[in-house]
Design a protein around this ligand. Structure first.
Ligand code: BGC
Length: 758
């Protein structure tokens, strides 16, 4: 329906109907207005499968939803670093929504993994905003290609579950722009999600739902968002103020209580009716976009999508360690150990919880293979060693050629609604791994977890496979990797620190009461570990393969450029091993010299390439000014400083293989405001300004030059000190040293200097 038609429709609605349209009719539907032919529209969770509830509704994953297909969660899909794969996954989800009459699927969830402890990290993508935004963008692209909407969430700075409905994320402007907004920005600008879900928390004192700066000025005016903003379930606290800020749809609704407030506010003149009209237009625009593009032929083929979920899982499993133990062969006696070999932990708890129509475990996937045995080893209901299970497992491991332990975090360790308090796995599992490693030199650990864990046994085992939360088909996918039918190609979208205390947010995470200060600023994840040159367990971007890749011929199409130019970068990647494989080529940019505090380097693009043995492909990246920029709080915008930048190609953030340097010239001069406190050092940076200052201070800045020889010698020795002293002296400084200039003289100079800036 055209914008004009929607406006005509809104003009025919009563104020009461419009107010009602601004909140859900029930848990999952928007309001219908039968007399005007406006249908109700259904939304459902999200993000990695369809949680459509027919009967009892809830937003915590408690009650039944329809049988559906659980794809790998965001933690895993991000590790694929494969945009095309996520487009395909999105297409499958979009088709499921069409078949089930769902207009918007509530996801993707892109919040930055500020700490390994966040209970919802399993749903989120990365510690890096580019990865989060690119992977989310790909999923949005796929879903929306089926004419179904997405709801990128939870906007904004919602990085913990503790006190999630009242916490106040105190984040400085630069950090918000470079890290937390950036996770949404690219996806919103490029893929235009139909809706955005605003989070529960406050940002710098104002509830996200009430935040005009982010919901309207940033989202709509700066980024061009044209869908509707909906609240997270229960995130509305002041309906009228929220509406003014740009929150269009309240979910799940307030049984009409807030509708009355809206009507009252319009009648009393407190709220301009045009604001209500706009919100309704935003909502109806999407309602009809879906309605008019219904695909009546769409079928939710669960078995087909199960296979699609398996394909996705194959690319989301990260090989973290392999000392010649993998892949396994059919001829080896393999002991599968651990509960998760039989009942894998493949998804997290809460609103994303899918009622899987079937689950394939590693045992299911190896059924019929006589060389594979199974011992449960532990129970994950409580963290207690079961002596019988333990002993059986150790014996099974001893009698095999290889032991593969399926371990990880139990459900109750990570879920929506609360944060973890530590990074450890249950100690009964750690003990089992230690004991098995003692009796079986070929031990592999297969992990099931949505967020980093500590690995105290890492030096004692030969292999580690991170499945993250791999969805309902994870068993088949992981067996294909274990037995070498699939070559692992995923990389960590986050750092695994050695210990929780190393994490940059450690000192202030979850905050004091409701106040959560993001004191680490922009130094999140590898941006911090790199700057501090810290050892980590596994770095950002890391992951192994069964083949090897060589990089060569890094080229840039110009070595000198303006910040308005596009830099074309190419690099050749060759598969130098014996099996086909996929490699994630990572491009980082480092500002070699900067007047602002910046990370050592930042990921600015990545590509995944598939290569046969011996094959070479050229990967091309196009970098625009954003790749070189930082967010300047002086101009409230992105800025590139003139200078040299390194273009680095890495296999991970800690394995840079090729580097080229380019010089970028800024086309924007930051305005400089001189005051009597401006230092002489800063004045010196502009020769014109320095010439004017010297005119005033011609008799010397620190008074008369030294007279005696010994004084002169002292002066010579401390030349550097003198220079520094002079450099840090404010313009008003010479007044007290020379006795020859007055404050009025200095102020006159300041005025002249500022005139130079105009
Ligand atoms: C969650 C959202 C979810 C919504 C609906 C909320 O509790 O934070 O992510 O989409 O419920 O279930």
């Amino acid at each position: 329906m055209t914008a004009d038609k929607i406006r005509e429709l809104v003009a025919q609605m009563t104020l009461e109907e419009k107010a009602a349209m601004c909140s859900g009719a029930d848990f999952w539907h928007t309001e219908a207005v039968e007399r005007l032919g406006i249908p109700a529209s259904m939304v459902s969770d999200g993000p990695h499968g369809l949680r459509k509830q027919d009967e009892q509704a809830d937003h915590l994953g408690v009650n039944e939803s329809i049988k559906a297909v659980c794809f790998p969660a965001g933690c895993g899909t991000a590790a694929s670093f494969n945009r095309e794969l996520l487009v395909k996954m999105g297409e499958a989800l979009g088709n499921e929504c069409q078949a089930e009459g769902v207009s918007v699927i509530l996801g993707p969830a892109v919040n930055i993994k500020r700490s390994p402890l966040c209970g919802r990290n399993f749903e989120y993508y990365s510690e890096d905003p580019l990865v989060a935004s690119e992977m989310a963008g790909a999923l949005i692209h796929g879903i929306q290609s089926k004419n179904v909407g997405t709801s990128i969430k939870h906007f904004l700075a919602n990085n913990q579950e503790t006190r999630r409905m009242s916490s106040d994320s105190r984040v400085d402007e630069r950090t918000l722009n470079e890290i937390y907004l950036a996770a949404f920005e690219g996806a919103v600008k490029k893929e235009k999600p139909w809706t955005v879900m605003c989070s529960y928390n406050k940002i710098n004192g104002t509830y996200a739902a009430q935040n005009h700066l982010y919901l309207t000025e940033t989202l709509r005016e700066k980024w061009g968002f044209d869908g509707y903003v909906m609240s997270d379930w229960g995130a509305v606290n002041n309906r009228v103020e929220d509406l003014k800020a740009g929150l269009d749809l309240e979910m799940p609704g307030s049984n009409g209580v807030n509708d009355k407030l809206i009507v009252g506010a319009v009648l009393s003149g407190e709220l301009d009716e045009s604001i209500v009209d706009e919100a309704v237009e935003h909502i109806l625009n999407i309602v009809f976009r879906y309605e008019e593009n219904r695909d009546d032929k769409a079928v939710f083929d669960r078995d087909k999508d199960h296979e699609a979920a398996r394909k996705v899982a194959e690319e989301t499993i990260v090989l973290l360690k392999n000392e010649g133990v993998l892949p396994l062969s059919d001829k080896q006696k393999v002991a599968f150990i651990g509960k998760y070999a039989k009942t894998p932990r493949y998804q997290g708890g809460g609103s994303s919880h899918i009622n899987s129509h079937k689950v394939t475990s590693a045992l299911d996937a190896t059924a019929g293979m006589d060389n594979v045995t199974y011992a449960q080893g532990f129970d994950d209901k409580e963290d207690k060693t079961d002596e019988k299970l333990f002993t059986e497992a150790v014996e099974a491991a001893r009698n095999a050629d290889v032991a593969v332990i399926f371990a990880g975090l139990p459900d109750k360790f990570e879920s929506e609604g609360f944060d973890r308090s530590h990074m450890a796995m249950p100690s009964c599992q750690n003990e089992l791994i230690e004991q098995i490693a003692k009796v079986q030199p070929n031990t592999v650990v297969v992990l099931h977890n949505g967020s980093p864990i500590e690995m105290p046994w890492i030096d004692k085992v030969k292999g580690v496979v991170e499945t993250y939360l791999g969805g309902q088909a994870v068993g088949g996918a992981v067996c294909d990797i274990l037995f070498g039918k699939v070559n692992p190609s995923a990389k960590l979208p986050e750092t695994f620190p050695l210990r929780l205390e190393d994490n940059p947010s450690y000192l202030s995470y979850i905050g004091e009461g409701d106040v959560v200060e993001y004191r680490e600023g922009i130094f999140v994840g590898y941006r911090y570990y790199d700057k501090k040159k810290m050892d980590v367990l596994f770095p950002f971007g890391y992951g192994l393969s069964y083949t090897t890749f060589a990089y060569s011929n890094l080229t840039v199409d110009k070595e000198q450029m303006k910040d308005t130019d596009i830099l074309r970068v190419t690099v050749d990647v060759t598969n130098t091993g014996n099996v086909a494989g996929k490699e994630v080529v990572q491009l980082y940019v480092a500002d070699k010299e900067s007047t602002v505090i910046r990370p050592v380097k930042e990921l600015r693009d990545f590509a995944k390439v598939e290569l046969l043995p011996g094959e070479t492909k050229t990967v091309t990246f196009m970098l625009d000014r954003r790749a070189f920029a930082y967010y300047s709080v002086r101009i409230h915008d992105w800025h590139v400083e003139t200078g040299e930048f390194d273009i680095m190609i890495g296999k991970s953030s800690r394995d840079i293989v090729l580097t080229k340097t380019v010089t970028v010239e800024s086309t924007v001069k930051l305005p400089f405001v001189y005051t009597t406190d401006t230092t002489l050092g800063d004045v010196k940076k502009d020769p014109r300004a320095w010439a004017l200052a010297q005119e005033l201070f011609k008799g010397g800045i620190f008074g008369e030059p030294p007279q005696s020889e010994s004084e002169a010698a002292n002066e010579a020795i401390s030349e550097e000190m003198n220079e520094a002293m002079e450099g840090f002296l404010p313009l008003r400084g010479p007044i007290s040293f020379t006795g020859k200039v007055t404050m009025a003289d200095v102020q006159a100079l300041v005025d002249k200097l500022n005139a130079l800036e105009e």
